[in-house]
Unconditional design. Structure first.
Length: 115
């Protein structure tokens, strides 16, 4: 019996959390296997974890922020820097464009890769 068929079996009521997990896996099933049919999709999240590792280490070294707003500022800053780095874009130029857009009341430039 295949895994997908096992996930579809009736699960006793006393195992409600297990039943919800199985339902969630069934719902996500197509996305779990996209890497088999699309060579652009990596089978692991190693690149994302490696990017986060650098950020976590920098945050530990520099100390914790003292507010939720500070945490959000740092997280957004690291998101911009990492996204620009992965796209071969200049993060400083992006931030300059974003600030100019803010001051004139227009939308910030996109961090979504084009193409």
């Amino acid at each position: 019996m295949g895994v997908r068929l096992c996930l579809a079996h009736k699960i006793p009521d006393r195992l409600q959390r297990t039943a919800l997990t199985c339902a969630n896996v069934r719902k996500l099933w197509p996305a779990l296997w996209t890497f088999l049919s699309d060579p652009a999709v990596q089978p692991t999240n190693n690149a994302a974890e490696q990017a986060l590792r650098t950020i976590v280490l920098k945050r530990k070294i520099s100390g914790l922020t003292r507010s939720r707003r500070g945490e959000e500022f740092i997280a957004r800053g690291y998101t911009v820097v990492e996204s620009c780095k992965r796209q071969g874009r200049d993060a400083l130029a992006y931030l300059r464009q974003a600030m100019q857009a803010h001051f004139v009341g227009s939308a910030a430039p996109s961090l979504v890769p084009s193409g």
